[in-house]
Design a protein around this ligand. Structure first.
Ligand code: FEC
Length: 293
């Protein structure tokens, strides 16, 4: 057996001029209102993503560290940008891989998230190698420990967050929301935190209801309940990207300031060696079991 890893991430535009094509990819051909595109470009501009993008640099650092940790080839494949998942697959196959371990840098399963990464991977492989796919890992003990360490001892109210998705997924039986709440509960238990809640963030303007409460509304409710300090702990993301650096560090921070709330957030796992060891453990276990795709 000759395994390689396809490490999958959402992807982010390399330069400001890439934003329209990137957004078009996310929308999958559905129309984009000009004001939504302008808003997105201005968010990336205000984050200083003129020439390079920190998320893609973090993903590359994670890939390289995982490769060293495993002693196996690891290729990055992005769902919405380059290098594409298909390009990662071609590289792995060209290197002689006959088993591909697919791992997504997002811990919780949803038909609108992990399943779409899997579909791109399966299409790209087209039967040329065996796929061993890690479907979910939000309750992985090393991941829970890593997050628990970052909230332990706080005197603030902890708000765990994750990317929202259209609310209809709950009626469709999607486990996303339950898996997120389970991670939040495990982290709070492990850290001995009793004063916590959960909210969603980063809803998109798609014209349908999304899972809530959104963090901005949630901050209103917390302030009304007399909370004075909040520690935001994203559990559905693993790297510093637009949704963290804009939606939390700018929007939620401004909202909190207006409410007289102190708001801090935990550091994301990024390419932390302890996180890379968690990823390596997931790959080793998946590589050891026969195909699940
Ligand atoms: O830093 C960056 O440049 C990229 C950050 C980024 C991450 C991310 C993660 C997730 N998304 C998920 C679901 C959706 C759904 C839609 C949607 C739309 C966007 C837009 C941008 C964007 N997402 Fe994202 N997402 C990131 C960026 N996302 C930009 C489009 C503009 C906007 O809404 O602000 C709606 C699609 C549609 O319009 O039909 C649904 C989920 C995750 C977490 C799992 C993962 O990382 O894959 C779920 C990072």
């Amino acid at each position: 057996m000759s395994p390689s890893v396809v490490l999958m991430a959402y992807g982010s535009p390399d330069r400001l001029e890439d934003v329209p094509a990137y957004y078009a990819d996310i929308r999958g051909g559905r129309p984009i209102k000009p004001e939504h595109l302008e808003d997105l470009v201005s968010r990336y501009r205000r984050l200083g993503i003129e020439d390079s993008n920190p998320l893609n640099e973090i993903t590359e650092a994670t890939r390289a560290a995982l490769e060293r940790e495993l002693g196996l080839p690891v290729f990055t494949g992005m769902r919405h940008w380059q290098p594409r998942i298909a390009a990662a697959v071609e590289q792995a196959l060209a290197g002689g891989a006959d088993v591909l371990v697919g791992l997504v840098l997002a811990p919780h399963y949803s038909s609108m998230s992990i399943e779409r990464y899997r579909a791109q991977l399966v299409d790209a492989v087209a039967g040329r190698a065996e796929i061993r796919f890690v479907e979910r890992w939000g309750d992985e003990p090393g991941f829970v420990d890593l997050l628990a360490e970052r909230v332990r001892g706080t005197d603030a109210h902890v708000v765990f967050t994750a990317h929202s998705l259209p609310a209809r997924i709950v009626a469709e039986g999607d486990p996303y929301q339950d898996e997120l709440l389970e991670t939040a509960r495990l982290v709070a238990d492990r850290a001995g935190i009793e004063d916590w809640s959960f909210s969603f963030q980063s809803e998109s303007p798609t014209g349908e209801p999304w899972l809530g409460p959104d963090i901005l509304d949630h901050l209103d409710a917390l302030a009304a309940d007399g909370v004075r300090a909040v520690l935001v702990a994203p559990v559905g993301f693993v790297a510093d990207h637009l949704e963290i650096r804009w939606d939390l560090d700018v929007e939620a921070q401004e909202k909190a300031a207006g409410l007289g709330l102190r708001l801090d957030r935990i550091e994301l796992p990024n390419a932390d060696p302890a996180f890379v060891r968690v990823l390596a453990g997931l790959v080793r276990r998946a590589a050891a079991v026969p195909s699940n795709v």
